[in-house]
Write a protein that binds this ligand. Structure first.
Ligand SMILES: O=C(O)CCC(=O)C(=O)O
Ligand SMILES: [Fe+2]
Length: 355
């Protein structure tokens, strides 16, 4: 079993935090979905630069990635090697899924202790208001859930092929970017030997999350996806050409990540922050909605092999940079996150007295 599925079995959810609204019938924003916004200021676009866009094939890629991870915890990549044709197919299949009638989507609904299939974001449980979104989570083959949505093979076969191919491409890309991140910090293959999957271990190291943000009648009072950090090592996100993603920077505010044609957004996750002993910070981010366009995004969360203890690389610690975090597996970290949400990372921090 994968680390994510094990953790979710131990932390079951209530149905009201799983079943999305039937957005097609909601002509007004229900009180259950009306948030008090904003909680943080927006950055002034005239004085603050945007999240960097990095050419992955360029000679400066590793240096630019390091700078972006230190400053933003996020960046966009072009020239990443994932064919635009595949990205378009992924968007097409994702829209096809979310366009199904609500009762049909619920046939592939997530069960309270599972995490694949159709439902609300896992983090819904931490907020009193519900988010204007629905999602579909895939680990490896989506065949079982796809059959529930479309019983005939000719209706689900393309969906499954596209999603499997996409995960393969995203895994390769995540490994490449992770390699560049480590290299940019002076870490060698030996320093990060844990990162290579064990021989014969077939369990996926990534989870694919399809997100849908339907057109919203009152976007200024709604929340697409509430502020959070990802628990992964890194996340690769495709947002098509509809904006909505924002990254938070201390002393600056929320900065929109404007779509760049064909680019993917890379977000530093909590486990990366731990591995780098805080050199790279996981980015707090959120997604807003709008009243004209149905926004789709696909997020791929890449993590370490199962049961591997992640800990700060000793090369990044010294007298001036004491070790900040305790060793933790992805599974243990997800358990902490399921209970303590955005405070989880503080819980695995050594307190000053124990360093
Ligand atoms: O839709 C987006 O832009 C953000 C999605 C996201 O942050 C997530 O799925 O974790
Ligand atoms: Fe996220």
């Amino acid at each position: 079993m994968n680390s994510v599925s094990e953790s979710y079995k131990n932390n079951p959810l209530h149905l009201k935090h799983i079943i999305p609204l039937d957005f097609k019938t909601a002509l007004k924003l229900p009180d259950s979905h009306a948030w008090t916004l904003p909680d943080h200021p927006m950055a002034d676009p005239l004085t603050h630069a945007a999240v960097p866009v990095i050419d992955l094939g360029g000679p400066q890629a590793a240096t630019l990635i390091r700078q972006a991870c230190e400053k933003w915890g996020a960046f966009q990549v072009t020239n990443h090697g994932i064919p635009i044709k595949l990205l378009n197919q992924v968007e097409f299949q994702t829209r096809r899924l979310f366009a199904l009638p609500a009762n049909q989507k619920l046939l592939a609904g997530r069960s309270p202790e599972d995490f694949t299939g159709y439902g609300l974001p896992r983090i819904s449980t931490f907020f009193s208001k519900l988010m204007w979104t629905e999602g579909f989570t895939i680990l490896g083959s989506p065949l079982d859930h796809a059959r529930q949505l479309w019983p005939h093979e000719y209706d689900h076969i393309n969906f499954c092929q596209v999603m499997v191919e996409y995960q393969k491409e995203l895994k390769g890309l995540a490994e490449k970017i992770l390699g560049l991140m480590f290299r940019s910090l002076g870490l060698t293959q030996e320093d990060i030997a844990w990162f290579k999957p064990k021989y014969g271990c077939k369990s996926p190291q990534g989870v694919l999350q399809l997100n849908s943000y339907p057109v919203c009648p009152d976007p200024n009072r709604a929340m697409g996806l509430a502020p959070h950090t990802d628990s992964s090592l890194l996340t690769s996100l495709y947002q098509g050409n509809t904006s909505g993603l924002q990254v938070y920077r201390d002393n600056v505010g929320w900065v929109p990540v404007h779509p760049v044609s064909g680019a993917l957004v890379v977000i530093v996750g909590d486990l990366m922050q731990i591995t780098c002993n805080g050199r790279f910070k996981s980015a707090l981010h959120r997604a807003l909605v709008n009243n004209t366009r149905h926004r789709i995004s696909t997020a791929y969360f890449y993590g370490p092999p199962q049961d591997v203890k992640i800990s700060p690389s000793v090369k990044l610690t010294d007298h001036d940079h004491p070790i900040l975090y305790r060793p933790v597996t992805w599974r243990e970290y997800l358990d902490a996150k399921a209970t303590h949400f955005n405070k989880a990372i503080e819980l695995i921090r050594y307190d000053a007295s124990s360093c």
